[in-house]
Ligand binder design. Structure first.
Ligand code: DQA
Length: 147
């Protein structure tokens, strides 16, 4: 069974209570549950991971090829706008990666409107709440099936 790695970046463990007017009331466990259900239907294995630590995310991406990960779905959260290290890790492993955001980062503060990550991703999905993750997973599965 092909494996897809889902990475949730900093502060996303607080979903459900964090700035509900921006991120809604769905918790991270609920999002992971939705994704697992969809992955089961599509017969792919899903590995979900949340970290507040840039280096931990870099390590995980760095060993993804060795771990036989077929695709990565990542919400880099605040690291989207700051992390050359996460961008370089994605470029280094060349595992197909989809960037996702719950909120539409282009409709928010100026500092959120630039992603260091998107140039090394297949694409970016932004602004659909928890559905962004499901769309990202769908895209990842389509990529896996086409290569
Ligand atoms: C986010 C957008 C980022 O700007 C922010 O730092 C987050 C969440 C999103 O999913 O909308 O933590 O990635």
């Amino acid at each position: 069974m092909k494996k897809i790695l889902v990475i949730h970046g900093p502060n996303l463990h607080l979903l459900g209570t964090r700035e509900q007017q921006v991120y809604g009331s769905t918790t991270l466990d609920e999002i992971n549950g939705m994704l697992k259900k969809f992955a089961d239907q599509e017969k792919v294995e899903l590995i979900c991971f949340q970290s507040n630590h840039e280096g931990e995310i870099v390590d995980l991406i760095g060993k993804s090829k060795k771990d036989n990960i077929a695709a990565i779905v990542i919400n880099p959260a605040a690291y989207t706008h700051t992390s050359v290290a996460i961008r370089d890790a994605i470029a280094a492993v060349a595992v197909p990666t989809i960037e996702i955001h719950l909120s539409n980062i282009y409709a928010r503060e100026e500092f959120r409107q630039h992603s260091l990550i998107s140039p090394v991703c297949y694409g970016q999905i932004s602004g659909f709440g928890p559905e962004s993750y499901v769309l990202g997973l769908k895209a990842a599965i389509n990529i896996i099936k086409s290569i």
